[in-house]
Design a protein around this ligand. Structure first.
Ligand code: DGJ
Length: 738
């Protein structure tokens, strides 16, 4: 199948696979217009014609011969500012004479096999050239001697299109880019809902859905990170769309810094959507011969509801965004000492947790915050990445040897991007904390953000980490980030480049991540930012898993993990069983329920196992054995949401293994009910012709999906769960049901 069909005479580009068609046309005046994005069509015949109408107050080109054609209403691909389109432009550039008009017109195109990499930025990739094709369209503003290249990659076997843009200065003057969206897409008149994932610390990725109304709406982060507050994702769906029916277009920005997602519904009911680096406070100096590249947006299209959209993201991010030997490997069951001890530990305490965990079958011990400098609380030592000998007298090597001798792996916490005022590093380099000279430094957890836009700062941290990692046999790293930047400024940049600091910070971070992850390919990395404050595709490129939330309460996690699953695969979501009453919500839930919720992720524990009763330890042992037996299905199976955690008292989801031989369906009950309803559990994703066994009974796949089975009512109070393991029986429909 030709993924990119080019109709030279009509000047039409048709990107298509079996899932969707994306059609562009070079319109009158060489304007790159959007024709269609939706379910696949075999051939685009080009009969559609932009309606020529004289619209008052909609300007016409300087060279126009009549009044019938205006950019103000045309569906476009990378609209500029100041030539008649009064909607939000995709780019805003200040030129040397102070004007800000840009007018990019079509120049040429190129089709290449595969997918090019972005320079210094993460993006999904291909392993074989024939997995995808790329269309690069070159636009030019001849007056300003600026070139814009729009890059579109369509995957052959995935309902995925990616887009990014490059702006190049081919003239002799300096320009200042004030905005460069990664993507601008205009959709024709239709009713649309927008779905976002917003929240705050401990309440990440709450799903919200609302109608797109007339006007401009911006969803963004100005924090220098992708943030707890607004994940860099949105979906546009039709008002009728459900999880399993209707159109859904998901947009996911592969970027870990301040981002902006803009929706504008115009006077004619058309909708413009844009994603990219946040233009707020952004300005990039573009000298002659220089090029600026935007991060990439991944678009997942579904004609069959939001679940299929999520599944397209899941498989792409699992298989072609995550990298390295852990990408496809089963992830270890870990225990982390943070909620068990916080800063209050010594070597003996750690060893006692390790002893107990090893006996329970847990596979990886993670030493969290507090092992370095002289860190007994969160006021000191960030930036001093050497052992705190008082706490661990035998050093990290001694501890690693002890843990390895127990048959467990050893993991370690770092927060490389931060500095404490009370640290050796601050004494030596007080100016390395991001700050404005002469202005106070706002505190965040009493720590400060290092200026990762500066090479010498990055090099220092990389060297400190290498010193530890070359010496100590470490199997896993948790990479934390516990505050957002304030007083944005870099001592290393001139005044007309201060608008570049936040993006340069992100580029610097990516450089450090590339250096460290490439040097230690055996280490499994987990990213974290006070839980899920930087749960984004950019970080997943370097680190295949993320600590989903500091909120470990099983009930709160139902929503957090549901929301996260809109975009991110289960193999990327760290989920731990913690103590009760829960440290964040003070709620008490059973160990079973905590286990069942955490198993719907990359499973682990975060409590003091030495304080557990024998009965609890026996439950933990069972959970570990169960997860080990079904880990592949949980982590790499196809995930289906069945009942929403946001509007049901009985959220439910399920997993179908890669080979289809087993499925695990999870039913949760939040509050108990008097005279509970008689609930029927209907499943998804099964082989309708196969027979399955569950709880000693046999059902056809079609029965399970259409008829369902009765769920036993919960009679023992609030907060309950049940996991149903389904095994395909070696028999086809037509055999006997018991
Ligand atoms: C925030 C993380 O999310 C926690 O899990 C823990 O690592 C703390 N930081 C340590 O300071």
């Amino acid at each position: 199948m030709t993924l990119i069909q080019v109709h030279e005479t009509e000047r039409v580009f048709h990107l298509t696979n079996e899932y969707f068609s994306y059609v562009l046309r070079v319109e009158e005046g060489d304007v790159l217009a959007q024709e269609y994005f939706g379910q696949a069509i075999a051939t685009y015949n080009g009969g559609r014609y932009y309606p020529r109408v004289d619209r008052s107050f909609s300007p016409n080109f300087p060279e126009a011969t009549d009044r019938l054609y205006s950019l103000d209403t045309l569906l476009q691909e990378y609209p500029g500012y100041g030539t008649g389109d009064y909607r939000t432009p995709a780019q805003l550039i200040r030129h040397e004479d102070g004007s800000t008009v840009t007018d990019f017109r079509y120049k040429s195109y190129e089709v290449i096999k595969g997918k090019p990499r972005l320079a210094g930025m993460p993006s999904p990739y291909v392993e074989q050239e024939d997995e995808a094709s790329t269309l690069i369209i070159t636009l030019e503003d001849p007056k300003e001697r600026l070139v814009a290249r729009l890059v579109y990659t369509i995957y052959r076997d995935r309902s995925i299109l990616t887009r990014s843009a490059q702006i190049q200065n081919v003239g002799t003057e300096t320009h200042y880019i004030q905005k460069a969206a990664s993507l601008s897409l205009d959709l024709p008149l239709q009713e649309l809902d927008v779905i976002t994932l917003n929240g705050t610390w401990g309440r990440e990725r709450m799903m919200e859905r609302e109608r797109v109304k007339r006007g401009v709406k911006v969803f963004d982060s100005k924090r220098g990170s992708s943030s707890h507050q607004m994940n860099p994702f949105l979906a546009l769906v039709s008002p009728e769309t459900t999880e399993y029916t209707g159109e859904a277009i998901g947009f996911s920005l592969v970027y870990s810094g301040s981002h902006q997602m803009m929706l504008e519904r115009d006077s004619y009911g058309q909708t413009r959507v844009q994603l990219g680096i946040n233009e707020f406070g952004f300005e990039w100096r573009l000298d002659p011969d220089e090029q600026f590249e935007t991060p990439e947006v991944v678009i997942a299209y579904s004609a069959n509801g939001t679940m299929e959209m999520s599944q397209s993201f899941h498989s792409l991010y699992r298989e072609r965004l995550a990298r390295g030997k852990h990408r496809d490997a089963e992830r270890p069951i870990l225990i982390n000492n943070w909620e068990a001890t916080y800063f209050d530990f010594d070597e003996d305490k750690i060893k006692s947790i390790v002893d107990e965990s090893a006996a329970l079958g847990i596979e990886l011990f993670v030493l969290d915050d507090g092992w370095f400098g002289h860190r007994d609380d969160d006021y000191t030592s960030l930036g001093d990445w050497f052992e705190y000998e008082t706490k661990i007298p035998n050093g990290l090597t001694g501890l690693a040897d002890y843990i390895h001798a127990k048959g467990m792996k050893f993991g370690l916490w770092f927060e490389p991007e931060m500095i404490s005022k009370e640290s050796e590093l601050f004494k030596q380099h007080p100016d390395w904390a991001i700050q404005i000279p002469g202005r106070g430094l706002s505190k965040g957890r009493d720590q400060y953000v290092l200026d990762f836009s500066r090479k010498e700062v990055r090099d220092n941290i990389v060297h400190q980490m290498i010193e530890v990692l070359d010496r100590v046999p470490i199997d896993y790293i948790k990479w934390d980030f516990n505050r957002n930047v304030t007083e944005v400024f870099s001592a290393a940049l001139p005044s007309d480049q201060q608008g570049e600091v936040l993006h340069r910070y992100v580029l610097g971070l990516y450089e450090v991540l590339e250096t460290i992850t490439a040097r230690y390919p055996d280490i499994l990395f987990e990213s974290c930012s006070g839980g899920g404050g930087r749960f984004d595709p950019g970080m997943l490129y370097y680190m295949p898993q993320t600590w989903t939330s500091d909120n470990t309460d099983a009930i709160a996690r139902l929503k957090i993990q549901h929301g996260t699953s809109m975009v991110y695969p289960i193999s990327s979501m760290g989920a731990h069983v913690s103590a009760v009453p829960n440290h964040q919500t003070h709620r008490e839930t059973s160990l079973k329920m905590r286990g069942d919720v955490a198993m719907s992720g990359v499973f682990g524990y975060e409590l003091d196992v030495t304080e557990m009763s024998e009965e609890e330890k026996a439950t933990v042992k069972d959970q570990v054995t169960f997860y080990q037996a079904h880990r592949r299905t949980f982590q790499y199976g196809t995930f289906y949401r069945l009942k929403s955690a946001f509007d049901s008292n009985h959220p439910a989801w399920m997993f179908v293994s890669e080979d289809g031989e087993e499925a695990i369906a999870c039913d949760f009950s939040v509050l108990s009910e008097t005279a509970p309803l008689i609930r029927v559990f209907k499943l998804k994703g099964l082989d309708e012709k196969a027979v399955y066994e569950v709880d000693g009974r046999r059902y056809g796949g079609d029965e399970l999906m259409r008829v369902g089975f009765y769920i036993e009512p919960v009679v023992k109070g609030d907060f309950a769960s049940k996991l149903y393991v389904l095994k395909k029986v070696n028999e086809h429909q037509g055999g006997q049901s018991k």
